[in-house]
Design a protein around this ligand. Sequence first.
Ligand SMILES: NC(=O)c1ccc[n+]([C@@H]2O[C@H](COP(=O)([O-])OP(=O)(O)OC[C@H]3O[C@@H](n4cnc5c(N)ncnc54)[C@H](O)[C@@H]3O)[C@@H](O)[C@H]2O)c1
Length: 269
Amino acid sequence: MTNQNLLNLSNSSSIVTGAARGFGFAIARRLAEAGSRVVVTDIKLENAQQAAKKISDEFSVAVESCELDVGNETQVTEIFAKYSKIDYLINNAGVFSNFVLENLSSDEFDRILRVNIKGAFLCSKEFARINQRSANGKVIINIASVDALNPSCVGQVHYTSSKHAVAGLTKGLSVELAPKGMRVCAVCPGAALTEGAIELVQAGAPDGIDIKEQWAGIAKRTPMGRLISPDDVALAVLFLVSPMAASITGILLPVDGGISSQPLEGYTN
Ligand SMILES: NC(=O)c1ccc[n+]([C@@H]2O[C@H](COP(=O)([O-])OP(=O)(O)OC[C@H]3O[C@@H](n4cnc5c(N)ncnc54)[C@H](O)[C@@H]3O)[C@@H](O)[C@H]2O)c1
């Protein structure tokens, strides 16, 4: 295969969850640019439709859209029955918030885990089921977080728990699905000012964490000295679904400007 062909995904189709904006949109955009037939899904249909139109206009390709709440098992089953020829599933939909432990309600804990881990589980299970006879070359990419490796900051017990679970899901699925030829990897992004993150920073933490200061601190602590961009994540996904990653499965790939590999505080001058 020539270098040029390695990123030609024109004989494939992809489904991206939570793709109306943020990382999901950037991922759907790069997959479409590489020639994959993309289905943009989101909990908000109108937003998914607008995102699909934007990508379709930019690259003059057909991009489908549909409503999908990843935590709704019935809806997940319906969508994968409709799109049964998908090659790449990108479990990107995710929600986050900041609450220190004493203010973290069990409802909020459930809300975060329902989307971030149960959603990824439901979509992966259905994707694996519809592909059980022809899984070869199919790929699942989970958008985890650096919080899948270590907590990134205080106020994230629920989020960090959900993303550690995504790491476990990734490794568990990779072992079970490898014999069938299906690969499963996770990308672990560092902090990026996506629409969702901007909303969080602007809202401020309900219980007094200064999120603006926290996020400025994250950029300062990052060896590359900056936050990452949605396109950084999209390019990593493109690599992982492509034939360049044909022997890679079960990995957690940090895309974080080096923050997960910096020296521990106390060991630096
Ligand atoms: N932004 C960051 O700094 C950052 C860092 C690491 C990991 N992540 C992860 O990346 C993913 C995307 O985050 P983002 O920053 O782009 O967020 P975002 O809020 O900008 O976009 C998330 C999208 O997911 C959709 N969504 C929410 N609940 C859903 C559900 N139940 N079903 C389907 N779609 C749903 C939203 O409508 C939205 O369009 C998440 O899994 C998040 O945890 C984000």
